[in-house]
Design a protein around this ligand. Structure first.
Ligand SMILES: [Zn+2]
Length: 414
């Protein structure tokens, strides 16, 4: 098949440059949406609005199989980044603008060659778990239901029709050309308030209930629980005591502990979160105090489809050697692509071509061929293979088992 990707390569780089210098935080990505909408229009494609302020999609082709592509729109606050916006320091220091350019360009070029199947490209808002006060206000206003963009789209059933999803993310500066089968952790944020009873700390401690002691007992229980964590689950519990008491001469009435619970698979995440809740309630009760627990789901761990990645690996090997691909990396980072991967065969592969650190003020695009063209070619070749091999897509679907039901997911989100 003729490779039409190469002929307009300057257009890909120009689109990437324009997106990179117009960063906006989650649910505010109107500028990137406008740039992309105009780009598609120029190539005869209409975008479909999906609500949640900035979400949208573009489809080509018809019938089966149906391949989903995902690009993230949002930037992250990064002080000192040369293209950070003045308002809230949003910068594309996580490289999401390059995802958008790669996927948009690839879709436009697939349009000319795809004979069978449907390809739908989703542009998803607000992957970064940040700007929380603003998002909580949007939840109050009923503009969104959850903090993460894909979580809103997933619970609204917007990803139901596709057979599988392909996503990609920069690796920042590193030793590898690509990464594959990377495990991403999941997390839940908790705010635990221990409630006791204040009395004079010297005159009448016998009449008080010490909320700080309740926390200390709980903290010891958490440390004792660490021996129950399995290595393969990569569990982390880390937090801060953000309120340790009210005044030195009183028995503390209230203490507040904030923490993240992280794990590499949804089962371990749920189990560990339940252990933390149980320890908080029981340790408080042991000394007559009580514990109020507020949990905010972060994202679920990434579950990579190895069968899709087998095709991607073959297409990466057209550009680099096997030892230049970082396979089976374990990363404690998290993303809302993890939630989607619980329900559908999903992959996220990593690409290079950047210098500096992800989320750092020094992240920039160092090599456009690797940051744009090569990953675009990998997506292009992978999609082309999949639509022409429906039996392999069927095998991918047969091999996949959802890790949660929709009901369990909604209960977990709370
Ligand atoms: Zn990112």
């Amino acid at each position: 098949m003729k490779n039409t990707l190469e002929k307009d390569i300057k257009e890909l780089y120009a689109l990437g440059d324009e997106l990179f210098i117009h960063p906006q935080l989650g649910y505010k990505e109107f500028e990137n949406k406008r740039i992309l909408t105009e780009y598609f229009k120029k190539h005869g494609l209409e975008v479909e609005d999906l609500g949640f302020r900035t979400a949208f999609k573009v489809s080509i082709g018809s019938g089966e199989p149906h391949i989903g592509l995902i690009a993230e729109l949002d930037a992250i606050p990064t002080l000192g980044h040369p293209f950070a916006n003045k308002e809230d320091y949003a910068a594309h220091s996580c490289g999401h603008s390059t995802q958008c350019a790669i996927m948009a360009y690839t879709l436009v070029h697939l349009k000319d060659v795809i004979k069978n199947g449907t390809i739908t490209l989703y542009f998803t808002p607000a992957e970064e778990f940040t700007d929380i006060a603003f998002r909580k206000q949007l939840i109050k206003n009923k503009e969104i239901n959850y903090i993460g963009g894909k979580v809103n789209m997933l619970t609204a059933g917007q990803f139901d029709d596709e057979d599988l999803f392909i996503h990609l993310h920069t690796m920042g500066q590193g030793d590898y050309r690509f990464s594959l089968n990377t495990a991403l952790s999941g997390f839940i944020y908790k705010e635990i308030t221990f409630k006791g009873k204040a009395t004079h700390a010297a005159v009448a401690p016998d009449k008080g209930i010490n909320a700080l002691n309740a926390f200390i007992l709980f903290d010891n229980a958490i440390n004792m629980l660490r021996e129950t964590f399995r290595e393969e689950d990569f569990i982390r519990i880390h937090g801060i005591l953000s309120n340790g008491g009210q005044t030195v001469n009183s028995i503390p009435e209230k203490t507040v502990y904030e923490c993240y619970v992280r794990a590499m698979n949804p089962e371990a995440l749920k189990k560990t979160a339940a252990k933390v809740d149980n320890a908080a309630k029981c340790c408080a009760k042991a000394i007559g105090a009580s514990a109020v627990i507020k949990s905010t789901p972060g994202y679920l761990p990434m579950n990579q489809s190895r069968l899709v990645n087998d095709v991607i690996r073959k297409n990466m090997l057209k550009h680099c050697k096997l030892e230049e691909i970082h396979d089976d990396e374990i990363s404690m980072a998290a993303g809302d692509i993890g939630d989607l991967s619980v329900f559908k065969p999903t992959v996220q592969f990593g690409y290079s071509g950047f210098s500096g650190n992800c989320h750092g003020k020094d992240l920039c695009i160092a090599d456009k061929e690797w940051a744009y063209y090569k990953p675009a070619k990998v997506v292009y070749d992978t999609v082309t293979y999949l639509v022409n091999h429906p039996e392999y897509v069927q095998k991918i679907k047969d091999d996949f088992k959802p890790l949660m039901s929709k009901e369990e997911y909604l209960a977990y989100l709370g």
